[in-house]
Design a protein around this ligand. Structure first.
Ligand code: UDX
Length: 474
């Protein structure tokens, strides 16, 4: 192991350019490590998974994230980014350690599983022999940082050298590089001026670009993340609740959403109706937040999150209902083309993916479901081996009785309804993401249905009503 030359310190014991480690090299950590190295920092990526580390060190990103492989290649070339599985090396190297390990939902509970976070903090704490800031980036229940501070003090042989801070991360998959390099804001949850100065030094180029920074206590910093994700989930479920009302009234949720979105106070982002949210963050974060609030005796304050979750799950069942309707009332033996598996486009992430949930519900009704996704096929196959997978888009829709769009990849949005019509058995499509041109599909002879939209466009209905009135009076 090489001995690291100590970094030069200013009068506040803060290095001008701290050496960074990033513990946990999943979606969040790998992106953070690469992005920080691209900003000129020396970075060591740390993971317990040797295979993952080997792939990253060889310039291979183990998941799909646009722009990340190119940036990884660039920074590996500079020598500023290295990878290791050794916590000894990490502790010796780093001034600021970012903990980016996962906090998945605990099996059989809504609580977050904190074992990986705890282990990352203690593994480092045990080995710290020089001043170091341990910064949590993982999404955790409020109060975790305080508890970890106690654990670190007990574990570290040199507790006076270690401090904890919390710096939540807001990156979206698919835009991870952009969101890391140009965040809307930075949040520093700190316990001392030294921690704040260390974080300012670690984010100097981002702060120099006038990125707003909110300096807070650690509890507030922990809460910012779950509060933000809860708000986003609520906004999506709000418009999807309106879709349910539209369904029973014959109104059109798409038009409703555009009209609402023009109000600046409401805004059109995250107001897209459809199959709802999934992924590794929103679903488990709102559940863990509600769970934690209940533990703290504040369950009532966020009881609405249970409804947000319920609305979201109802959209999946309603999508199956629409497909069944188009299939003539029974899915048994019908060939259904399921377009998409990832929880959203530009990602191969299938965690809590609405698409696969819907596909599996249709299979459970004895439909023959064929799935195709441009990037998530391997992950989907591993998690849902019971589903059938097509090698490409054309084979997926060939001879289908009903096509259902579940993830709005550009490839699916751009497809020509006329050419698709030649391949299918019946021209019937459910647009689970409000992503297709309904008029173009109808003009090409497709029966088009979408959640929260009437079966017939309003104008057609008006003309037909008028015709009925004429024939009734004739
Ligand atoms: C989310 C947060 O946006 C991000 O800030 C946080 O750091 C992690 O969680 P991500 O999980 O990558 O990011 O996905 P996001 O783009 O937020 O989409 C989440 C889900 O909501 C997707 O399934 C998407 O299809 C769905 N969605 C999004 C809608 O159904 N309607 C919308 O209007 C927006």
């Amino acid at each position: 192991m090489s001995t690291t030359i100590p970094t030069a310190l200013d009068e506040n014991n803060v290095p001008a350019k701290p050496r960074l480690t990033v513990v946990g090299t999943g979606y969040l950590g790998a992106t953070h490590a690469v992005a920080m190295a691209s900003l000129g920092y020396e970075v060591l990526g740390v993971d317990i998974d040797q295979a993952k580390i080997d792939r990253l060190a060889a310039g291979e990103v183990p998941f799909f994230e646009p722009g990340l492989p190119e940036l990884l290649a660039e920074v590996l070339e500079t020598g500023r980014l290295r990878f290791t599985t050794s916590f000894d090396e990490a502790a010796e190297f780093g001034d600021v350690h970012f903990i980016c390990v996962g906090t998945p939902q605990l099996e059989g509970s809504h609580a977050a599983n904190l074992e990986y976070v705890e282990s990352a903090f203690t593994e480092l704490a045990k080995r710290i022999t020089k001043p170091a800031l341990l910064v949590g980036k993982s999404t955790v229940p409020v109060g975790t940082a305080e508890r970890l501070t106690d654990i670190v003090c007990l574990t570290s042989p040199n507790p006076e050298l270690v401090e904890l801070a919390w710096n939540p991360e807001f990156l979206r998959e698919g835009y991870a590089v952009q969101d890391t390099l140009h965040p809307d804001r930075l949040v520093f949850g700190v316990q001392s001026e030294w921690s704040e100065e260390m974080l300012r030094a670690a984010f100097e180029p981002i702060l120099a670009a006038d990125t707003p920074v909110v300096v807070a206590d650690m509890k507030t910093a922990e809460l910012v993340k779950v509060a933000a994700n809860s708000f986003l989930a609520t906004k999506i479920s709000y418009i999807n609740a309106m879709a349910e009302v539209c369904e029973v009234t014959g109104a059109d949720v798409n038009l409703l959403a555009s009209a609402l979105g023009y109000d600046d106070r409401i805004g059109s982002r995250f107001l897209k109706p459809g199959l709802g949210f999934g992924g590794g963050c929103l679903p488990k974060d709102i559940r863990a937040f509600a769970h934690r609030a209940e533990e703290l005796g504040a369950g009532q304050a966020v009881a609405f999150l249970h409804e947000v979750d319920a609305i979201n799950n109802r959209r999946r069942r309603r999508t199956v209902d629409l497909v069944r309707e188009l299939a003539g009332g029974d899915l048994k033996g019908k060939r259904i083309a399921a377009l998409g598996a990832a929880f959203k486009p530009n990602s191969d992430d299938i965690r809590d993916a609405p698409a696969l949930d819907v596909a599996d519900m249709m299979r459970a009704e004895s439909a023959s479901v064929v799935v195709f996704d441009p990037e998530a096929m391997d992950n989907a196959r591993r998690a849902y081996p019971q589903l059938e997978y097509a090698p490409n888009f054309a084979e997926c829709i060939r001879d289908a009785d009903v096509v259902v769009l579940l993830t709005e990849w550009q490839k699916f949005r751009d497809a020509d309804p006329e050419m698709m019509g030649v391949l299918v058995a019946r021209r019937a499509i459910v647009d689970g993401r409000h992503a297709l041109d309904a008029d173009a599909y109808r003009a090409a002879g497709w029966e088009y249905r979408a959640l929260g939209r009437p079966a017939q466009p309003a104008t057609v209905r008006l003309v037909e009503d008028a015709k009925d009135q004429v024939s009734a009076t004739a």
